[in-house]
Every structure is written in structure tokens, then in C-alpha cells.
Ligand binder design. Sequence first.
Ligand SMILES: C[S@@+](CC[C@H](N)C(=O)[O-])C[C@H]1O[C@@H](n2cnc3c(N)ncnc32)[C@H](O)[C@@H]1O
Length: 375
Amino acid sequence: MSSAAAAAAGPSADTADAAADAALAAAAAAGDGPALAAALAAGGDACAPGPGGAAAEAGSLECVRMLLEEGAPWNALDDEGYCAGDYATASKERSVIELLMDWGVSCEQLLGAAGRAAAGGGASPSGSGGASASRPPGGAPAPNADYLSQRLVYDGDRLLDADGEAVMMGWELPLMVEHAKEICARGGDILNVGFGLGLVDEEIQKHSPRSHTIVEAHPDVHARMLELGWHTRPGVTILFGRWQDVLPQLLARSFDGVFFDTYGEYYEELHEFHSHLPKLMARGGIYSFFNGFASDNAFFHLVYGRLIQLELQRLGFSTEFRRLQVDTLGDDHWRDVRTRYWRWPWYFLPVCRLGGGGGGAAAAAEGEEGGAAVA
Ligand SMILES: C[S@@+](CC[C@H](N)C(=O)[O-])C[C@H]1O[C@@H](n2cnc3c(N)ncnc32)[C@H](O)[C@@H]1O
């Protein structure tokens, strides 16, 4: 703890200092990150004993900063499966949350850049039913090649892969209704990447866009689209192939609304897709994506939200997240599904506008549901 911080922290600073030293020593001895979570686990007791309040928070902040600077990973989980950010969130220590959030974002940015430079690297999974682990190293051209070559099963209101992983499920319909509403707010030409169950596409159709382009890579899904007659719908164009492969056709157009929801891809693929958006979209156009990154940990999920928000900001987008309520998903929802890929009662729906500015469905909805920036 710096002397300035110690002075500001008041009488509890000495105890906090001692606890911080002990936590730091423990972290150094263990050489791992769980000490960081452990330091905050007991409501911050290890960092800043006492009843809480500003002094305790200042103690926690300095303690966490020291641990991070000593190399404790920001994202290590303790035995309970929680990270330091989860504990800081639970005890509402805003400054500690901010520190961990900023640290996490910086680390992920650096890792991403390093991975890209090495044409490989780790990332976090995406996609509605994205349940896979980190992206395998080696920079394989199609990270979901296995998925794209296996048989899929349409089972009522869900689409499963050969391993029983859910590619898309009907419970997401209320989310897709809102995604469609946002990207169609300006009307015009709409692009959707990833058909799945066609939920978002059915919703897009209800907004009567001037044109509606759908990119889909899986042969079984494409066959389903033809079976359902999507190719005969007025204004609809189906591009069969990976979005990466049909990109030249997409870049020949300009879209007013874009939605991205693939399966078995990773943050790196989303990052790459984003890099094309300024060319793909008309000024004032609205972009959204299925926000399922790191959905097994609330804090990591928020870090990814911030990371993507910053990335889109650099590309000229303003991003806000609308918080939507998700119905309780009981056991019946997950019958025969290998991985329960969603566990939260909320969903942060991204609304990203090229060129910034307000208005649109998101602004209209803000009064109703309350807009939420990530963190
Ligand atoms: C989660 S589903 C999309 C669900 C859709 N939003 C809905 O409302 O039903 C993901 C879809 O993306 C497709 N997909 C996966 N990788 C792709 C890629 N690189 N390019 C285009 N489509 C892809 C999958 O085959 C799958 O149909």
C-alpha cells in the first residue's frame, strides 16, 4: 500500500496493510492466483478486516493491486469456482471491481494481440450454445470444422449437434425478438450471420426489411432453410458458406442492420468480423451479436462485454447493453442437452451504432427496461 493510500485509509490501514502483506506473501508462496480470490473471499476480510465501508474498500483495493502487480492472475478461480471479481462484486466494492475489470480487459487485449501475432492463441468461446473450451492453438482456419462436418438434429425447438451440444434453443426466442427489433430499427438492408433455428430471421421478416441476407455455413442447416422455402421469400438472399468465405460478396454491399450469432467460433472470429464492420455497414447502421462470451462466470462475462465495447469504439461504434430478463431455465429445458450454456436470469443485449448517436429501439426501450452499460 502506498503511504498516501495508507493515510487516506485511516486507522484500519495498518491492519489492512498487515493483511495485505500476509495475502501477498501467501500469493507469492503459492505462486498462483486463487490467493487473489481468497483475499476477497471472506467478504474482503483477508484484505481489510472490519465492518466494511470506505476504509475497508481502500484496503481491499491496495491489497488487490499489490497482488495483481506481483503476478496473481486476475481470472484465477478458487475452490468454490469464484474469481476475485465475483467477490468484489458481491461486496459491492466499486473501486476493486473497476481495477479488476480494467486489469482483465488489458490482459485479454494483450493476450489477443500476442495470439494474433503468433497466428494462434487462446480465446473465449462464443455462440448461442458455445460450450467449447479455449481455442486450440495453431491458428486453424476453421475452429469449428468438426462441428461443420457432423450431422445435426432438429429436435422440436432446439438444434443439437452429434454430441448432444445445443447449437440453438427455443428459450432464446425472446432475446432474438429484441435483437431483431434493434437491428431493424432503421429498416433498409439487413444481414444475419448464422441461421440455426431461424428465430432471429423470422423476427427480421416481421420488420419487412428492404432486403434480408442470411449467411449459413452448415449443410444440414442450409438444407433445412431450403426445405422451409427461405430461398423463395421475397427479398431474402441465402449465402451458403462460412462468413469468412462469403466475405467478398458481403463487402460488395452496405447493410443498415447486422446480427452475428455463429456456433463453435471464438472471440478471435468475432474480433475479425468486427474489423470488417465499418466497411460492411452504412453510417448510423446498427449492429448486434449474441452476447454469450464466458457465460459460465458473471465477472468474466462482463470483462468480455467491456473488451468488445472498447474494440467497437475504436472502430467507430457506440455500444450500449440492454439488460433483459431471462426466464428460469429448469431441468426440462436442458433434457438431453450436454452442456447448460446459460445460467443467468439476465442477458445484456448489445446495441452498437456506427457513428454513435442516440435514438433507435434501444433508446426507446431505455425508459421501459433501463439501459445498462457493462460495469
Ligand atoms: C446459434 S445458431 C444461430 C441461431 C439464430 N440466431 C437463431 O435465431 O436461430 C449458429 C448458426 O451459425 C452457423 N455457423 C457456424 N459457423 C458459421 C460461420 N463461420 N459462418 C456462417 N454460419 C456459421 C451454425 O451452423 C448455426 O446454424
